[in-house]
Design a protein around this ligand. Structure first.
Ligand code: FEH
Ligand code: ZN
Ligand code: ZN
Length: 323
């Protein structure tokens, strides 16, 4: 399949690749076109493609390109396939380009343009920034409820959606946004629906969270950063039997305080991207107007400027590249 790219989101993982941070964990043969959050229109179909997908259809590209027959693929988690290929993160080129080669129609989700207001620039970030926290929060839904508190660490591309899913999936849980930028915290409250926010540069964060939650503490932390300092913070503010879901990949390793982890029975989850059906669910939510978008469009001629802004922490929401 060939997709005419309408928009491609810029992810922190792209920065890691550009910096060469992941040469060992994710070796790539350069040159490579980055971009793994992609939406656009079908340009060409291949053989054995169902008649329901045709040239001109608006599609979101699911990025976990699995083999289709291993245990993880059959279970529906193609993003976890042993042989997964990810556009822009493997031997396949990504979406910062006018056209994208997609190895199968199985990786496309058709969005009926007649019945939706969603545009490629809104759909593209949903395929990663809007998908990863959805899967993450689904993992800990059983811990959430009206008398529970959930904290989102990092209000970047993922964290902005995470605050929304904490509300949508949290069964009334109180949502606390944590970041070092007042502007991003404001956005988390005003647009993302967080109940409270706290700047991590303030002193006595633990005590302040205690106050915000009326002494209840935090039951779930979604860490969209993934640094030793953020994991330590999570362990510090978490209640007994609390859960940390790590989706951020900023650091190299995480160490959790052994005593608290055992005695307090913490649960630590990693969560990778999302699967095809989870992306369908996310798109359904968006089609019903239940997801807010915070997008900054950059023509592809300004992609380097977008990269510099993201690197400096100066993108609120998601930067989206338009070819
Ligand atoms: C990073 C590394 C490997 C696979 C996928 C990713 C993501 O950026 C998904 O957000
Ligand atoms: Zn990503
Ligand atoms: Zn597989």
């Amino acid at each position: 399949m060939v997709v005419k790219v309408g928009a491609a989101g810029l992810c922190h993982s792209d920065l890691h690749l550009i910096n060469g941070d992941w040469q060992k964990s994710l070796p790539l043969n350069l040159p490579k076109t980055p971009g793994h959050e992609i939406a656009g229109w079908v340009e060409e179909t291949g053989t054995l493609v169902p008649k329901s997908i045709k040239k001109g259809d608006l599609v979101a590209v699911f990025g976990g390109w699995g083999c289709g027959f291993c245990f993880y693929c059959k279970r529906g988690d193609e993003q976890m396939c042993q042989a997964a290929k990810w556009p822009g993160l493997s031997e396949y080129d990504g979406g910062f380009s006018e056209y994208l080669l997609v190895p199968s129609y199985r990786f496309l989700i058709k969005v009926d343009e007649q019945t939706t207001f969603l545009k490629p620039e809104e759909l593209a970030p949903l395929t990663d920034a809007g998908l990863t926290p959805y899967r993450a929060i689904k993992k800990v839904r059983h811990i959430l409820g009206p008398n529970r508190n959930v904290a989102i660490i990092g209000i970047g591309g993922l964290g902005f959606y995470a605050t929304q899913y904490a509300r949508i999936l949290g069964s009334g849980a109180t949502v606390v946004a944590l970041d070092r930028s007042d502007d991003k915290l404001e956005m988390a409250k005003e647009v993302g629906g967080a109940d409270f926010s706290l700047n991590l540069t303030e002193l006595e964060v633990r005590n302040k969270i205690h106050k915000i939650t009326n002494g209840e503490g935090i039951d779930v932390v979604v860490d969209t950063v993934g640094l030793e300092s953020t994991i330590n913070l999570a362990a510090d503010i978490l209640n007994k039997n609390g859960a940390i879901v790590v989706v951020g990949l900023f650091g190299k390793e995480i160490r959790t305080p052994l005593f608290q982890t055992v005695i307090q029975e913490y649960q630590i989850y990693g969560s990778l991207w999302g699967n095809y059906n989870e992306l369908r669910e996310v798109i359904e939510l968006a089609k019903r107007g239940k997801i807010k978008h915070q997008i900054h469009k950059f023509p592809i001629s300004r992609v380097n400027e977008a990269i510099d802004l993201l690197r400096a922490g100066n993108i609120e929401g998601r930067a989206v590249i338009i070819p």
